[in-house]
Design a protein around this ligand. Structure first.
Ligand SMILES: [Zn+2]
Ligand SMILES: [Zn+2]
Length: 143
């Protein structure tokens, strides 16, 4: 499951201007929607509102069932511009992959699971040797 998503019943606003060109229709504007997720450190609720600039082409399809590649035009039906796939794609690209409730979120204690944002837990401060070995493994990637 993704750590963040646009709720199914979200109020997605698509505000685009359509302009036709030889061979298709261009949609340019903004897609915005609320999103919800879980903090990657403490698991608490996070959310916000995305606003994504879009500029996409719609052209009559050449064959049914062809998968759309990035950069390809969207399918233009019988002179109907279906903005839903455009909105969905644009929002998916902008969703935070690993949201945080706050940059300074302290997360959960790895031992007792206490929410350290609410205060220190009563676990002893000395470090279990298994954890320090893990820390050494992780340190080259920084943190
Ligand atoms: Zn958090
Ligand atoms: Zn603890």
């Amino acid at each position: 499951m993704l750590s963040a998503s646009v709720p199914d019943d979200a109020d997605v606003e698509v505000s685009v201007e359509l302009s036709s060109y030889p061979g298709g229709v261009m949609a340019a504007g903004t897609v915005s929607a609320p999103w919800k997720g879980e903090c990657r450190r403490c698991g608490g609720p996070v959310g916000g509102r995305l606003a994504v600039g879009v500029r996409e082409r719609f052209e009559p399809g050449t064959a049914a069932g062809v998968t759309r590649d990035d950069g390809d035009a969207y399918e233009l039906g019988d002179d109907v511009v279906d903005l839903e796939p455009l909105a969905r794609d644009a929002l998916l690209l902008e969703l935070p992959l690993a949201p945080l409730c706050a940059d300074a979120c302290r997360g959960l204690c790895p031992r007792c699971g206490a929410d350290l944002n609410a205060g220190d837990c009563s676990c002893p401060a000395d470090v279990d040797p298994r954890w320090s070995a893990l820390d050494q493994l992780r340190s080259p990637q920084g943190g």
